[in-house]
Design a binder for this molecule. Structure first.
Ligand code: F6P
Length: 351
């Protein structure tokens, strides 16, 4: 079988492990041939490819990034974009296309599937917010990096009697914030699911310092929002999938906390450090399982489906269902975080 592979959207530790697993099982067990499309959908749209054989995937298991590179190109936004993609696939004799990406990338997969292209999807986002799967590879790595950063700022915050605000990724959901915040013992965790009141955050910190603590750690997801304040983000430039570039809430929050409490406050924005570097062993294994699942789905003829982790099993779900909703942080996890703090305070947003 001749199979095309692409990686779209933001990169994610473990993408190379998925590619390696697909190519190795495809060649060793199914006698497949592969074509790598470069830079996400741009490669299919503009016919930019690279060979993808055993030599190409040699040594990539522990590497971050993606050997196929990536972009946020949206063919559906270009004139005759989907038709151009189909023409490229036809010209290469591609029988199945495996697309690694989040909801944006998979929205294009779905459109092409509806046009008759045999597509298999692999879920990818460090944000961990795809509803069609219980866990995305790359999330564990991002949480590990964020937790290590929180541990590090803890000691310097304590040494200086400071509040330190750590801004982590998480556009629509606060998975990284709540996991790293709980793992790192943060005093306040702010997530997009629950807009927060800055006065309440300041009161929470004052209360903590009144009972003898002289430093605090606040973890905020980049997509967290202030309650009752019109969203300045709406005015920012959007990408081809309609998303604004986030980042900056941590710095704003630090200034607001300092002016309301009088506590010296600093902000640390982790940004793309969370997406870079080598995947954790857990993510390497999960990514490998997703890759094997994807090539098996291709040979089982389950097109229009996404590989998915349900519980501890690799299964498949229709792409349409997988991208229908955002997967938010459940109340149970929010309750866990809130249980660790003073009863009157509302450290995880407003409940
Ligand atoms: O892939 C998801 C994500 O990491 C979001 O958390 C973040 O807002 C966005 O990507 C950043 O994208 P870019 O790499 O284009 O700045």
């Amino acid at each position: 079988m001749k199979i095309g592979i692409l990686t779209g959207g933001g990169d994610c530790p473990g993408l190379n492990a998925v590619i390696r697993a697909i190519v190795r099982k495809g060649i060793f067990h199914y006698n497949d041939q592969f074509v790598g499309f470069l830079e996400g959908w741009r490669g299919v749209l503009e016919n930019i490819t690279r060979p993808l054989d055993l030599e190409a995937v040699k040594g990539i298991l522990p590497q971050g990034g993606t050997i196929l590179r990536t972009s946020r190109t949206n063919p559906a936004k270009k004139e005759n974009g989907l038709e151009s993609c189909m023409e490229t696939l036809r010209n290469h004799g591609i029988e199945v296309l495996i697309a690694l990406g989040g909801d944006d990338t998979q929205s294009v997969s779905l459109k092409l599937f509806e046009c008759g292209v045999k597509v298999i999807a692999v879920p990818k986002t460090i944000d961990n917010d795809l509803s069609g799967t219980d866990l995305c590879f790359g999330f564990d790595t991002a949480v590990s990096i964020a937790t290590e950063a929180i541990d590090r700022v803890h000691t310097t915050a304590e040494a200086h009697n400071r509040v330190i605000v750590v801004e982590v990724m998480g556009r629509d959901s606060g998975w990284i914030a709540i996991y790293s915040g709980v793992a790192g013992g943060a005093d306040v965790i702010l997530i997009p699911e629950q807009p927060f009141d800055i006065e309440e955050i300041a009161e929470t910190l004052k209360h903590r310092h009144d009972r003898g603590r002289y430093f605090s750690i606040v973890v905020v997801a980049e997509g967290a929002r202030l309650a009752n304040v019109s969203n300045e983000m709406e005015r920012r430039k959007k990408d081809e999938f309609g998303h604004v570039r986030l980042g900056g809430i941590g710095t704003t929050l630090a200034a607001e906390i300092e002016s309301r409490t009088g506590f010296e406050t600093r902000a640390v924005v982790l940004g793309h450090t969370q997406r870079g570097g080598s995947p954790t062993p857990f993510d390497r294994v999960l990514a490998t399982r997703y890759g094997i699942g994807a090539i098996d789905l291709a040979h089982a003829g389950k097109f229009g489906c996404m590989v998915s982790l349900k519980g501890n099993d690799i299964v498949s779900v229709p792409i349409a269902d997988a991208i229908a909703r955002t997967r938010y942080v459940p109340q149970e996890l929010i309750d866990v975080a809130n249980s660790l703090h003073e009863k009157h305070a509302t450290p995880v947003g407003k409940s």
